[in-house]
Design a protein around this ligand. Structure first.
Ligand SMILES: NC(=O)c1ccc[n+]([C@@H]2O[C@H](COP(=O)([O-])OP(=O)(O)OC[C@H]3O[C@@H](n4cnc5c(N)ncnc54)[C@H](O)[C@@H]3O)[C@@H](O)[C@H]2O)c1
Length: 306
């Protein structure tokens, strides 16, 4: 049996269900010990089964559970302490927990915005803040450097109807991934972002608004998240020690390396700038390189490779 992660200690947020559980299971299969932190909430973040993390961890050898909200700083610190006490260190952090509360921007719900940013972005930051001092100290003490993987979404890159808070949080998490990659590079600790595709309760909950969406949902429900878990496991293994600050997707048996925004064209404006008419003329040069206003639905409309 391949046990490349034997001796490694991991924290997986939202690890009691969906993609997080598949990741936690794959990490333990590869020999890692895992702290599953999960608050057992609905897709929208309402309390549902608060002891889920404890129940799930009890039936997964190599895992311990922590029931709690990752956006609560005390819970984030408890997760790190638990990993240290039970498994002797904290090497791997997988920020996977997230909630969704959609609504068009012109019907803004500030409470929904705050809740989504709190879990999906601030929660990940809490864990990074709690875990990385220990991760750096471990390296100084001679332990092999660890790794962070943040689960993000195509919504952050393409945008999606009604997903202001979710897409903004995931976009923020991509930026946080890059900053952590820079900040931790000297310690050899990596930070990468993964865009997952996989059938979970979230996929099941999609309410198709038209035939194209219904077809997309049917295809999405066939995609196993196990390939996402394999990608995450690779990124936290010694084999990926040189991969840092990257954005990689997994959809069934397809892996995607995503580009990250860089200038694609440059123009110089004269001293004193351009008036609107001249700016319009200058923009013509850019227009062939403009980014299409499409959502992931159009971009990933081809059949998944199962
Ligand atoms: N399913 C997909 O195809 C897909 C696509 C794009 C991105 N993602 C991302 O992948 C990750 C997993 O998605 P999923 O479909 O498995 O979701 P899910 O809703 O099935 O599972 C999320 C888990 O996170 C937990 N959680 C939520 N808020 C929490 C909090 N504050 N503290 C602790 N635990 C919390 C929930 O209780 C749940 O067990 C998420 O980050 C999601 O945004 C999933």
């Amino acid at each position: 049996m391949s046990e490349e992660l034997r001796g490694r200690s991991a924290i997986v947020t939202g690890g009691a269900r969906g993609i997080g559980l598949v990741i936690a299971t794959e990490l333990t299969r590869l020999g890692a010990k895992v702290v599953i932190v999960d608050s057992g909430v609905t897709i929208g973040g309402a309390s549902e089964s608060p002891d889920l993390a404890l129940r799930v961890a009890a039936s997964l050898p190599g895992a311990v559970g922590l029931a709690g909200d990752i956006a609560d700083e005390a819970v984030a610190q408890s997760a790190v302490r638990l990993a240290q006490e039970q498994f002797g260190a904290v090497d791997i952090l997988v920020n996977n927990a997230a909630i969704i509360r959609d609504g068009f921007v012109f019907k803004a719900n500030l409470e929904a915005w705050d809740a989504v940013i709190r879990t999906n972005l601030s929660g990940a930051f809490r864990l990074i803040a709690a875990a990385t001092p220990a991760m750096r100290d471990q390296v100084k003490a001679g332990r092999a450097p660890g790794a962070i993987v943040n689960l993000v979404s195509t919504a952050a890159i393409y945008g999606n109807f009604g997903q202001a808070a979710y897409a903004a949080a995931k976009g923020g998490l991509i930026a946080l991934t890059r900053v952590a990659a820079h900040d931790l590079a000297r310690s050899g600790i990596t930070s990468n972002a993964v865009i997952p595709f996989g059938a979970t309760r979230v996929t099941e909950s999609i309410q198709p608004a038209n035939e194209a969406q219904a077809a997309y949902k049917a295809k999405a429900l066939e995609v196993s998240p196990v390939y996402v878990a394999q990608l995450v496991s690779f990124l936290v293994s010694a084999a990926a020690a040189h991969i840092n600050g990257q954005l990689i997707g997994a959809r069934g048996r397809e892996l995607f390396l995503f580009s990250q925004a860089r200038p694609v064209m440059t123009q110089r404006v004269p001293v004193g700038g351009l008036d609107i008419a001249a700016m319009a003329a200058a923009m013509k040069g850019f227009e062939t390189h403009f980014t299409d206003l499409v959502t992931d639905l159009e971009v990933f409309s081809a059949d998944p490779v199962l």
